[in-house]
Write a new protein. Sequence first.
Lengths: 194, 383
Amino acid sequence: MDDEPQLIERAKAGDGAAATEIVHRYQRRVYALCLRILGNPDDAEELTQETLVKALTGLERFDGRAKLGTWLYRIATNACYTRLRSERVRSRGRVPWPESGELEAASGVKRSEAALDAGQRQRHVAQALDRIQPEHRVVLVLRDVQGLEYEQVAEVLGVPVGTIKSRLFRARLALREAIEQLESGASAHRGDHS
Amino acid sequence: VIGTPFNPETDLPRGLTEADVLEWVEADARSRSAAAQGSALHRVSRAVAADARLGSMLEAMRVDRAALGSLESPAPPEWLAHAVLEEHERQSLLALSDMAAMGRRPARREPDEDSFSFSAMPRWFRPALASAAVLVLAFGAWQLLPIVWPRPATPQGPRVATNDRASPIPAPVEPERGVEESPAIAIVPPAVSIPTPGAIEPSAAEILSARLEMSVEATLELALAGRLVVVVSVADAHAAESAARQVASHPVDATWGLHSPSEQLVAAMATPAHARMVGIGDDESGVHRAGGDGPLGHLQIVLAATPTVFRAQASASPEALLDMLDGLERLGTSVRLMPVEEPLPGMGMVPAPTGESSLLWWEGDPASWRPWAAIPVQFIESR
């Protein structure tokens, strides 16, 4: 990433190879961000494309004060917020995560108990992430899934670091409650079968 | 396991903040065990040891965080990069074609009044033309006034025109030849781009979309919610302020105008948080802070310089927003739009102006009229 300033300058000057390099370097991260926030691959593809096109077209105005990745996350997050507010995503809905046991049945491979626990926890976390408020989901995705520092999250969302910390703590609480609801539902389901 | 929902306001142990607990959740085991006596980590560890409910909740949060971090990062479809580059190329070509079209137009066209096209004019010229039309209209009306409503003769006879505001009756001014015949005011075209046949002209929304970091729709929504700030970088704040005051001294034109800000708005924009957000450091902005753990606890004193702020009012439309950005760019070196967390005082949706200049542009059904938004404009000195 040390070559980023040169890469940006080259892209600003109209170097197509530099633009291609920027797209290849960041598309996966932007797509993962959009997908985790929106929960729908179609929307995520559309907004990843929109974000990268906007960034390349507006690269002239990128002054290099923030990292390019942070700037892209900011554009993508704003686009996701807009999409979440629109009727379209509400009607299209989120693609549900597979229920416990479905993946195993599909693969036909019996996994160890520990791996099953870890897999189930991941599914519950991913499902719970879909259930909490977008504001909480965004901050958790930026911090825990994308691994951004507090300062970077603050820069992406345009709020002070103190606000980010407070929002993150409340997001963790909300996620915990959602997971507990899922777990209690799952244990009740198992109880019915046994 | 949480029985009843955990309320950070009431359920956190005394002396611990959300940030302290968050730090504990995100710290690794070694940092927690090596935490110095009295540090936040150490205090949270003690609270966890004393409160089983808090302990199980924070431990579960650590597990959740690890699970979130281990979620797989799906790859985008292979066609995506190609689609992005293709769309970028298309937009670049559109922009080039537009620039080329605008550059060639004056040279290619012969002066021909019949083929007058408002859209062929430079964008900055439209508000100027509108203002000129309003002035001509006002002047014409003033000249017609003595005919419609003859003024009684005064015993003093004709007076010499002066700039003396105390003069109760303005002296008549000799009309310039031809001014009375100014029907142009009646045929001023509306401020809507009329597409020129044969030329591909991107709409204001498309141009704006390329210039913004967020969507046009989101930008307008933020403006109407009072959560949008325009930051104009200037080389000389005093010169920019004086130029902005000149703009503000003119009435609101068809699409946007500048006004003096309210005291509440200036106060809201003088906070250190805002200064940091618009990209001016504490030292550069004149924001000084002093604080520390004294007898009153953590006391923070904030001294902030008064920011150079104006209040723009604009129709919540891509065209108006583009006009405003173009206008403000002429006052500074660059213009940025920044969303803020909370609505700023007095900003957001405002009634549309009802001056005669805006009446000229009213058309269509009132239901189609756009709302107007008050947007703060902050000038910052870039060094």
